[in-house]
Design a protein around this ligand. Sequence first.
Ligand code: HEC
Length: 485
Amino acid sequence: MPDLLLFLRGLHLVCLASLLGALVLPLAVASGAGTACAAVRPLARASLGGAVITLLLWLLAQTAAFVDADPGDWGKIAVALPAVVTQTRFGHILMLRLALLLTAQPMLGRGRAAWTFAAVAAAAAFALQAEIGHAGAAGGSIGTELQASEALHLIAAGAWLGGLLPLVRLQFVLPQADAIAAARRFAWIGVPAVLVLIATALVQGEVLIGGVGGLFGSAYGRTALVKIGLFAALIAIALLNRFVLVVRAGAGLSVSIGAEALLGAAVLFAAAALAGDEPGAHVEPLWPFPLRPSLAALAEPELRGEILIGAAFCALGALAVAAGLAWRRGRWPLLGVGTVTLWLAAPHLEPLLVEAYPTSYFVSPTGFSAASILRGQQIYGAHCAPCHGVDGRGDGPRAASLPVPPTDLTAKHLREQSDGELFWWLTHGIDSPEGGLSMPGFADSLSEDDRWAVIDFIRANNARLAGITPPLQATLSGANGHHHR
Ligand code: HEC
């Protein structure tokens, strides 16, 4: 059932994008708009019909999912349908979209003004998707910002990707000079669309994916990666079309634009899949690599110079490669010099990668609350102080008898370790170079919450020792005193 829902949602998005693209294309790229409109009208009609049909099917499938009906249990679905349509946000949005589509339908044969009106209605119908997905579910000002950016994202994607198939059609119908001019002018849609897509994706990515940890560590993030990969392939084909094939003006252009359209449909399906996944920012991401990026090394004066010079040479190398790709005559020397420069410079960036663990990007669920810090202090006193010392300086009573001395937990390097990494060591212990564990793990003796509480205490203790905050006890009694007064 989830697969059917995903499929219908994807197909519906493809129809809507195709409708929007077919309506926008003649307005934006064809000088003889009349002929162009006539040429893409059948495609627009078919897309609109497809959008209405998939909308109704999606509504039925979603209703079945809402009431947990078995496939084919039409009675149960029919009974639930009116409530879904009238009482759920999903139902309201779909009905609004249906109304917009049905208003646009008769406008397709009535001249330029009506056509423009239909394009606006199609854009609104598509943008409504932002109201149903994760953005629609997020409340508050973040929710509003997300919805606005998703709506823009959808319109840009629809106008660009949906315009590709109609553009192929124009290649066959228009006189060759006009067809080529249209393909060239498609950049008027493509370039702004790509810029909007990237900018809005950054907003979405930050809030929904949960940064680099969520991108690689959650199912949502990995679907997003697939989408990003497809998007990069799309841009590559678009550049090929615009700078190579348009100039040659052969049948290759239509084939290539057609391939771009297919890839575009794949991107829309990936987007539909994302709408069904739990956002990466809402789950604890499991980091899949042994290393992770970290800017901590930039704070070390001895490393900073090397890294910055390495980065500058990497940038030069990349520039040389790009120039080599773009400029035919200097191609091979530039590619050679660029590759060698990259090859030599890249190792100097190595300090930007640090050891990582599956839990590296876990975020403490405690919210760093005073209660959690206080609890952590008690646990620390009982479980950690014997080795690490009361203040964490590595000088507890048991320290002298250990083969590997306990780490000074107040040392500067600890600040560069993520909470999730401390959590990993507390859970699994720390491997000793001689084999076995140099520090025991606490998976059995401390609950997860207790382990997070101890981490909160270590952070608070270090802030206190660094003079950033007054002693914990004083803060707490001070705050309490204030309340009592
Ligand atoms: C039996 C003694 C012992 C106890 C008990 C102990 N540790 Fe350790 N701890 C060590 C030793 C030894 C190391 C150094 C391991 C190494 O470097 O191989 C260490 C390392 C660490 C590190 C790694 C710091 C870094 O950046 O390398 C952290 C964090 C830490 N301990 C926290 C704790 C906390 C929190 C507790 C209490 C829940 C605790 N330890 C209990 C012995 C102990």
